[in-house]
Ligand binder design. Sequence first.
Ligand code: COA
Length: 324
Amino acid sequence: MAVFSRIAGTGSALPAKVLTNKDLEQFVETSDEWIASRTGIRQRHVASEGETTADLAERAARAALAAAGVEPSELDMIVLGTTTPDLIFPSTACLVQHRLGANGCAAFDVNAACSGFLYALSVGDSFIRAGNARTVLVIGAETLTRMLDWSDRNTCVLFGDGAGAVVLKADAEAGILSTHLHADGGKKELLYNPVGVSVGFKPEEKNAGVRVLMTGNEVFKHAVKALDSVVDETLAANGLDKSDLDWLIPHQANLRIIEATAKRLEMSMDRVIVTVDKHGNTSAGSVPLALDEAVRSGKVQRGQLLLLEAFGGGFTWGSALIRY
Ligand code: COA
């Protein structure tokens, strides 16, 4: 008999500290009006001194486990999407595993930048479908503000910190209907952080430092095109029409990118989950944070059809179609 994975519970976590657009005006040449009209962002949460990706991931994981009624000892695997791990190694998934007391199960990170949660979800789903795991904790967690240049208005206004998690359980009925992952390593220069281990921790570019480098308007165009294509691919793979969708739960990078995808799907914005105004772009945290908010607010109901999508550095992009 075929085995599928279902989302048994969701959780999320945000740092307490909030940075508004007005706050940013104090130290970088920008305005609330510019940020809100170009991106839809009004505020973002920022990790405080000593608060790490693993801290946020652990809180989100505990909330998801409680919602699912699953004990850490029942987990077969933890997959964590992040591009801002606490340490180079061990993986943040291993750190979270020990804190939860789930020692023994498989645990590893996936780095697909802002698509990290969808990549991790696809891995968890695939292990369950293959019969190699029955209960998987999937997390997307980031402290991206740690690698921002706070004097660069092109990037520092866009990002925030946060985490979201889901518990997947094996089920005879399909929850995750399909996942679709893509990447194009040829576009590295448009969105990247040049610092790394093997290059000797030296920035490739003069004065680059540990920071996000981005050609925003080019990223924007690629994101819209890639997301249009992956939502079409997802519906076609399942023989479904856009009108079958109940909710679009998109990556929260820019409200204008979200609106472009909604238009492609002919969905009114009241069927789109938007958190970018409150969270900014939390990279791999963004989709599971939006999903958890939608579930806890009562918007997303059991049995509804959800389309999740994301786009990020790499480039990477992907989607998941879910019967919640
Ligand atoms: N405040 C005020 N002005 C700013 C600014 C800020 N925070 N950031 C940039 N500007 C200025 C630029 O310097 C530029 O000025 P110029 O015309 O004098 O050179 C002007 O605003 C327009 O810049 P442009 O880059 O063309 O604006 P845009 O409409 O493309 O919006 C982004 C910029 C970054 C908001 C938009 O391109 C974007 O969201 N891109 C996608 C980024 C993204 O999602 N990345 C993560 C993907 S996961």
